[in-house]
Design a protein around this ligand. Structure first.
Ligand code: HEM
Length: 422
């Protein structure tokens, strides 16, 4: 299979459901391969990491966007993402990122552990009640979505009652992160962006009238204080913080649970030894990354992995493939929480390294062992349904039966003594 054929399969419904065999086809051509006159695909870990940290390699700017999608300014979805830190280069990028970074310091994240634990316990209670008589429940709808959305909304100061609104809007908007998008998908993404921007326009006005101790108020005040954040940037960054704050973590919880249900021995060890959660979560991130790819362009000719990327190239960085690079991870197709802990590329690298990585890790490190301990009988119930997405990899639904729950009061009991553990 040549590079062009492999890429076509990757973008097809089959590649979206299981991209891993296609990554290996691409890897067979080298860690960095040319896929067209001005296009390169990266599957190697070291090469992707190097490119993400290279100052000459940047996110697509307005100029290139004009070439690729001349009408992008008419698209609420593309123009919103384009004004956020995710798709901006220095110095605008560093200015915006600094304004939000105060909410994500290790101290602020560690302080959220109790909020995450309380929310996870409450959701387990609700799942257990819904599945009491053996009825299958959808783990995505009942746990994987509401936990991260609850946490990021608490940080942003979004009212609890509004949380159910965001799942559809965010899923619609994130279609534009796919490497290929049809006009119909773009229209759906635009509708999602319009809803989200409308929502935040109202929240901004409310926080301006009545400030609160939350990230939305902090960003509104940065905007109102002068020239640090334009009105467009304010809305774009609130939208990206909300959406990035849960779409990905929802998929980490869903992908992670599916892997653990398929590896009951490993799940059992974590149930009895929750102190290993950091190693497990990093291996789950590596094994089935919630973000499979990102894109960049080069302002100058760059040499990497034996290839020469000419100036102005479009670079597809396959993070999910880099995470399975056998030069870094021996037998990469094996889920093995005991392998030497080398950070995966799931949160990216360089200036755009995920701002919420600490928060996402905390959520999964709390939630996954808590779920296993409180619902020791958790089992698959029917066929899970994958989303037809390549970039943000996850499940639409993941049906499970919950079995008999252990009470929340057991949380924090010494490892190995919780009732229900073997
Ligand atoms: C498992 C969960 C998560 C994964 C796998 C993930 C992954 C990523 C990746 C790969 C990037 C870099 C994209 C690029 O370089 O083009 C990124 C950026 C970002 N992430 Fe996350 N993310 C997760 C959770 C979160 C959370 C909880 C937040 C909280 C708000 C968050 C906020 C952001 C923001 C704001 C950026 C843009 C940073 C910048 O451009 O400087 N992410 N994330």
């Amino acid at each position: 299979m040549d590079v062009a054929e492999a890429l076509a399969v990757l973008m097809s419904p089959q590649g979206r459901v299981d991209p891993y065999p296609v990554y290996e086809r691409l890897r067979g051509h080298g860690p960095v391969v040319q896929a067209g006159p001005n296009m390169y695909v990266v599957t190697g870990y070291a090469e992707a990491d190097e490119l993400l940290r290279d100052a000459r390699v940047q996110v697509l700017d307005d100029h290139l966007r004009d070439d690729l999608l001349p009408a992008w300014r008419d698209s609420p979805a593309v123009s919103s993402i384009a004004r956020s830190m995710l798709r901006t280069n220095p110095p605008d990028h560093s200015r915006m990122r600094r304004l939000a970074a105060g909410a994500f310091t290790p101290r602020r994240i560690a302080a959220m552990r109790d909020v995450v634990t309380a929310q996870a316990d409450e959701l387990v209670d609700m799942m257990a009640a819904a599945g009491r008589d053996g009825t299958p429940v959808d783990f995505m709808a009942e746990f994987a979505y509401p936990l991260p959305v609850g946490v990021i909304c608490a940080l942003l100061g979004v009212p609890t009652a509004d949380r159910p609104l965001f799942r559809r809007w965010a899923a619609d908007l994130t279609g534009i992160l796919e490497p290929e998008i049809t006009p119909a998908e773009l229209a759906v993404a635009d509708a999602g962006a319009t809803e989200l921007r409308g929502y935040f326009t109202e929240l901004v006005a409310a926080r301006r009238r009545r400030p609160a101790d939350d990230l939305t108020t902090a960003l509104v005040q940065a905007h109102d204080a002068g020239d640090r954040l334009s009105g467009e940037e304010l809305l774009a960054n609130l939208v990206i913080l909300l959406v990035a704050g849960f779409e990905t973590t929802t998929n980490l919880l869903g992908n992670g649970l599916a892997v653990l249900l398929a590896h009951p021995g490993a799940a059992d060890v974590l149930r009895r030894h929750p102190e290993h959660a950091p190693a497990y979560v990093d291996e789950l991130l590596r094994f089935d990354s919630p973000v499979q790819l990102t894109t960049r362009t080069s302002s100058e000719t760059v040499r990497v992995g034996g290839a020469e990327l000419v100036a102005g190239s479009w670079i597809l960085l396959l993070l999910g493939a880099a995470n399975r690079d056998p030069r870094r991870y021996p037998t990469p197709e094996r889920f093995d929480p005991w392998r030497a802990q080398l950070a995966p590329l799931s949160f990216g690298a360089g200036p755009h390294y995920c701002l919420g990585a600490g928060l996402a890790r905390l959520e999964a490190q709390v939630a996954v062992p808590l779920l296993l301990r409180r619902l020791p009988g958790l089992a698959p119930a029917g066929t899970p349904r994958r989303r037809s997405r390549l970039t943000l990899r996850g499940y639409d639904s993941l049906p499970v039966t919950v079995g008999e729950p252990a009470p929340a009061a057991d949380h924090g009991a010494p490892a190995g003594t919780a009732p229900g553990t073997p």
